[in-house]
Design a protein around this ligand. Structure first.
Ligand code: PTJ
Length: 260
């Protein structure tokens, strides 16, 4: 008698996703994004963004390539040198790695600010609460008392003492035009995006072509290793980073298909 096919279990909790599964990380990310939508944190468009990201991650071999690690190190040095670094958080970032965001803020002294494309008061509050639950002491973005000039959508709305006053802003997962607008304000933008051809990494001072679930902890790790170094040493790391070479290396990794 032939065996009944095993019916796959749909996990309710992320701990039910078997760690032995070859696609554990990917299933975990999908679960978190799905749960983010259910909790009112992630937008429905965030599901589409996740799919786009996964496709590029697959082409990159779902690993942090060497040039992305170097970019994360330069980003960490920028944050440590900054007077006022800010981590911008949207619905995908909050769902995927809230603890890593809080940890990076702790490692670098950065502010955390919620900034949304599909902005509603309910989503802003849900994301701030979620970040607090994961250990954030302060979450900006709710005051909404300043604007980024030149943007005619909700991402323009920021806090006067947050992104508006920042000198360095980390923008993980973006839809494009804000990075250019931040640049026009004279800020240094660090962008995390799996698609090296996307507009935001193309205009970023530091494009990190990596999955944000790997890039944010990598940046925190570099920050902890670098934070006692003298400023001159940090400046050398910043000046030695070549954004064009980093983008070209990511494109090369994708085109060559040399995934491991
Ligand atoms: O939460 P909101 O309202 O601010 O909405 C944010 C979304 C995600 C809807 C908005 O930023 C958006 O529409 O993004 P896009 O235009 O779909 O772009 C998403 C980019 O992020 C694409 O280039 C993806 O490759 C990339 N991406 C997706 N997931 C990840 C990622 N990059 C790094 N890590 C990921 N996990």
């Amino acid at each position: 008698m032939s065996e009944e096919p095993r019916i796959p279990v749909a996990p309710d909790e992320e701990t039910e996703i078997p760690e032995s599964h070859p696609r554990h990380e990917s299933l975990l990310a999908r679960h978190r994004i799905e749960e983010g939508v259910e909790k009112g944190i992630t937008s429905l468009q965030g599901l589409i963004a996740q799919g786009r990201g996964e496709a590029y991650d697959y082409l990159l071999g779902e690993r942090t390539i060497e040039s992305a690690d170097a970019a994360a190190r330069a980003a960490a040095a920028h944050f440590l040198l900054a007077d006022h670094p800010v981590i911008s958080v949207n619905g995908n970032v909050a769902a995927l790695c809230p603890s890593a965001v809080v940890d990076l803020a702790e490692a670098t002294g950065a502010d955390i600010e919620v900034n949304l494309f599909n902005r509603t008061d309910e989503r802003m509050a849900a994301i701030a609460e979620h970040l607090h639950e994961h250990g954030a002491s302060e979450v900006k973005g709710l005051a909404a008392d300043a604007e980024i000039p030149g943007l005619d959508h909700a991402r323009a709305t920021v806090d006067a003492d947050g992104i508006h006053a920042a000198d360095v802003v980390l923008v993980p997962l973006e839809d494009g035009d804000r990075a250019a607008a931040l640049d026009a304000m004279g800020k240094t933008e660090i962008v995390i995006d799996l698609n090296p051809f996307s507009r935001s990494p193309q205009v970023a001072d530091v494009p990190i072509v990596d999955n944000l679930v790997r890039a944010i902890p990598t940046m925190a790790e570099h920050a902890r290793e670098l934070r006692d170094r003298p400023c001159e040493n940090l400046k050398t790391i910043v000046e030695g980073f070549d954004r064009e070479a980093a983008l070209a290396a990511a494109e090369g990794a994708i085109r060559s298909g040399a995934t491991k």
